[in-house]
Design a protein around this ligand. Structure first.
Ligand code: HEM
Length: 417
C-alpha cells in the first residue's frame, strides 16, 4: 500500500498510522505562546497537574472508603488514617490538593481579570473556565460530605436547604437532591457517585474544552498586544530572537516546569507540616443529625459566597431576610459569568494601565477577602453588620462595573483599540 511504506522502527510504524508528527507540531513544537508573559501564566498548567494529583490520590482512597452512613466515618478516620500503610499520606494529599486547587483557580481567574484576558475573541475561554469553576465547586462540595463528620453532615444540610428557597418547586427539589426528607444514606451514596464518577468525567471534558478554546484566540500577554501569530511564527523560524512568540515545547514548557517545581515545594510543605488547614476539627466528630454544631461554615473557598448568603440578616419591607440572601447568593454565583460583557472597555490592557478599572480590581479583592474572613465568624453584632456591608459592596461593585468601564473607554486617550 502506497500510504503505508515499510517503517523503520516502532516510532515510524506508529507515525504512519497515527500521524504523530503532525500532532506534535500542532500541540507542541508549533503551538505558539507569547514571550511577554510572567509566572502567572503557569497557573493553568498547575491546575491541570493538581487535578491529576487529586485523581490519583482519590483512586487510592477509593480502595478503602465505604459509602455507607454506618461505615463511612470509620473507613476514613480509622481504616485509611490508621490502618492502611500511607493511607494518611494519600488523605493529606487529597485534602490539601482540594484546598490548594481553589487557591490556584482564584489566582488564575483574577490573573485573567487583571489582564483583561476574557475580552473580545476570548469570551469562550472565560465561559469554559467558569464551567470548570462550577464543576470544581460541585466536586469539592460532594467530596466534603464523604467523611460523614459533623461538618460534612451539616454543610450538606445547609447547602441542600438553599434549593428549598426556589419558588414553587423548592421543597420537592430538596427531597429529590437528598433522596430523602433529610440528609441520609441515600444522600451520601448519590454524592459519592457524583464525586467519584460523574463530576470528574465532566471536569475532564471541561478541561479539554477549555484547552480547545485557547487555540483560536491564543493566550493573552502582559501588555494586551494583539499579536499576529502567523507572521510571528514565520519570524521565529527565521530568527527566534526577533519573534514575539515561543513554541510551547520545549521553551515554554521549561518555564512551566520551573514554576511547577516551586509550587510542589509549597504543596508538599502543606501536606507534611500544615495539613490541618484543609481539615476542619469539627469534622473529626461523627455526623449527628440531632446535634447541630455551634457554628456551621463551609471550607474557606466557599466562605465569600456563604457570607453573601447570610449577609442580609433582616427583612426589607415585604422581602424576608432569607429570600434576599438567596437572591444575593444567586447573583454572586452567576455574575462572574458575564464578566466579558460587564467590562465595557474594549481595550485589552493590564489593570495598572486602566485608570478606573485598577481601583475596581483592588477594591474587589479587598471585598472578597473581607467576605471570606467574616464568613467564618459567628454572624452576630458587628460581624453581622460587616457581613452586610461587604455583601452590599460586592453587589454594588458589579453594578457599577459597566458604568466605569464605559466611561474609561470614552474618556481615556486611546481607550478604544
Ligand atoms: C481548574 C481548571 C482549569 C484549568 C486546568 C485551566 C487551564 C488553563 C490553561 C493551561 C491556560 C493557558 C495558560 C494560562 O494562562 O495559564 C488557561 C488560560 C485561561 N483560563 Fe483557565 N484553567 C482552569 C480554570 C479556569 C477558570 C475557573 C477560569 C475563569 C473563569 C479560567 C479562565 C482562563 C482564561 C481567561 C485564560 C486565558 C488567559 C490568557 O489568555 O492569558 N480558567 N487555563
Amino acid at each position: 500500500m502506497a500510504h503505508f511504506p515499510k517503517a523503520h522502527g516502532v516510532g515510524e510504524w506508529l507515525d504512519h498510522r497515527l500521524n504523530i508528527t503532525a500532532l506534535k507540531k500542532v500541540m507542541m513544537t508549533e503551538y505558539w505562546i507569547p514571550k511577554d508573559i510572567n509566572f502567572l501564566w503557569a497557573m493553568g498548567m498547575i491546575l491541570a497537574f493538581t487535578f491529576k494529583i487529586l485523581l490519583i490520590s482519590g483512586i487510592f482512597l477509593l480502595m478503602y472508603y465505604k459509602p455507607d452512613v454506618n461505615a463511612a466515618f470509620d473507613s476514613v478516620n480509622y481504616t485509611i488514617m490508621q490502618e492502611v500503610g500511607y493511607g494518611w499520606l494519600f488523605r493529606h494529599i487529597h485534602a490539601v490538593g482540594a484546598s490548594v486547587i481553589f487557591l490556584v483557580i482564584y489566582i488564575h481567574m483574577f490573573t485573567g481579570i487583571y489582564y483583561g484576558s476574557y475580552k473580545k475573541g476570548r469570551e469562550m475561554i472565560w465561559l469554559s473556565g467558569m464551567l470548570l469553576l462550577i464543576l470544581f465547586s460541585a466536586e469539592a462540595f460532594s467530596g466534603y460530605m464523604l467523611p460523614w463528620g459533623q461538618m460534612s453532615y451539616w454543610a450538606a444540610y445547609v447547602i441542600t436547604n438553599i434549593f428549598g428557597g426556589i419558588p414553587l418547586i423548592g421543597d420537592e427539589l430538596v427531597v429529590w437532591i437528598r433522596g430523602n426528607f433529610y440528609v441520609a444514606d441515600a444522600t451520601l451514596t448519590r454524592f459519592f457517585m457524583l464525586h467519584v464518577l460523574l463530576v470528574p468525567l465532566a471536569i475532564m471534558g471541561g478541561i479539554a474544552f477549555h484547552f480547545y478554546t485557547l487555540r483560536i484566540p491564543h493566550v493573552n500577554n502582559q501588555t494586551g498586544e494583539d499579536i499576529d501569530f502567523g507572521k510571528e511564527a514565520e519570524k521565529y523560524k527565521e530568527n527566534p530572537k526577533r519573534s514575539k512568540i515561543i513554541p510551547f515545547w520545549p521553551v515554554f514548557m521549561a518555564k512551566d516546569v520551573f514554576v511547577l517545581s516551586v509550587f510542589l515545594l509549597f504543596f508538599f510543605y502543606l501536606v507534611f507540616y500544615n495539613y490541618g488547614f484543609a481539615m476542619d476539627p469539627v469534622n473529626f466528630d461523627p455526623a449527628n443529625g440531632l446535634k447541630t454544631p455551634a457554628h456551621i461554615y463551609p471550607e474557606w473557598y466557599f466562605l465569600w459566597s456563604y457570607e453573601v448568603l447570610r449577609g442580609f440578616f433582616f427583612d426589607i419591607g415585604p422581602l424576608k431576610a432569607a429570600d434576599i440572601g438567596l437572591l444575593a447568593f444567586g447573583f454572586a454565583q452567576a455574575i462572574l459569568l458575564f464578566m466579558p460583557w460587564l467590562d465595557r472597555s474594549p481595550t485589552v490592557a493590564p489593570a495598572n494601565q486602566r485608570p478606573y478599572f485598577r481601583y475596581w480590581f483592588w477594591i474587589m479583592i479587598v471585598v472578597l477577602i473581607v467576605l471570606t474572613i467574616y464568613g467564618k465568624l459567628p454572624p452576630t453584632g458587628t460581624n453581622a453588620w460587616i457581613g452586610f456591608a461587604s455583601s452590599i459592596a460586592f453587589i454594588v461593585m458589579f453594578a457599577i462595573l459597566p458604568v466605569i468601564t464605559e466611561k474609561e473607554a470614552r474618556t481615556v486617550a486611546g481607550g478604544k483599540k
